[in-house]
Design a protein around this ligand. Sequence first.
Ligand SMILES: [Zn+2]
Length: 389
Amino acid sequence: MPDRTDGVGTAVAAAAAAHAKEVTELSLRIHAHPELGNQEHRAVAWCREVLERHGFAVEGVPGVETAFVATRRGRGPGPTIGFLAEYDALPGVDHGCGHNLIAGSAVGAGVFLAEAMAGLPGTIKVYGCPAEELGTGKPMMLAAGAFAGLDAALTYHAWSGTALMEGCTGVRLFEFRFTGRPAHAAANQHEGASALDGVLLTYTNLNALRQFVRDGVRIHGIVTDGGQAVNIIPERAAATIGVRAAERAELARVAARVVDCARAAALASHTTLEVVEGVTLDPVRYNAALGELVARHLAALGEPPVRWRSPASTDFGNVSQAVPSLLFSVATWPEGVEFHTREAAAHAATPQAMRAMLTAAQAMALAAAELLTDPDALRRVRDDFARPA
Ligand SMILES: [Zn+2]
């Protein structure tokens, strides 16, 4: 198996050395010009520029303005392997999630494998995925069919350790809008029905539900409208509630019970309820065969990974339910650096972060080369994906 990719290994190492500066500059440029989700026009232009320079054909994704798919075909038919880039920043803390590094790692993986593709079967694709922090980029790209025909998806994320992401929670968001009957709060309160009571009873019901969920489930929320004036029985009130679970079935079960909590509250408060379902992010589905493959290349690059489960959520989860996928990290910053902070933003542009990004890019390029050339490796990935989740 290694003999088939040894030549490619040398080519990838040479390309990584030759193009490290170009990829680092791309990542630092995105870092220095943070753009919020769905507004990443400059990041997209800069990524496309690098990929086109290395022979990729780049197309947009219908209906997703700041997404792209860059394709580089090999010498004949074969599998298609994708590297997923992100590039959106956060309000107030800029690149406090290090997505500039995700952009660099995915573009880097493509660039490092580009020349070798002349001698390899199949296709590699670099996907530009917008608005991860809004949870909408990859679900919209999936809906547009952007990932159709993909055999495996690889992506890196910044973290303090080198790790394979074995799991990650899925999340569903609900907005509960209650409508009551307004009345003077002191003169004819008996004719009113309080929408605020609908919200408060929902919260009470949710607290009763907490005992009856599996470990790892999270239910959290905020009141977004608590009424109009203190001397009026509230006609309108609303809350947004998030539910998270590591398993898809448990997420569906608890989400249904959360909606029941709001329905019961509406019944008790004589209000009407409108349920508006927001973002749905699936849990990340771990592909053990991809994990073992990438782990071997990370170890050879001096970064043996551990396994990790995250209580957070990502829209990569949706991709992982549709395509065999792997999300991993390479030690990017010191332990104790928290995501979505100014400190993390500062650490997303250090020499250590750039090294981690380039290591991730090489590991993805080498893993992809193996999947393109070794049918057994790809079969193991497919077999793992075919097992019931
Ligand atoms: Zn984030």
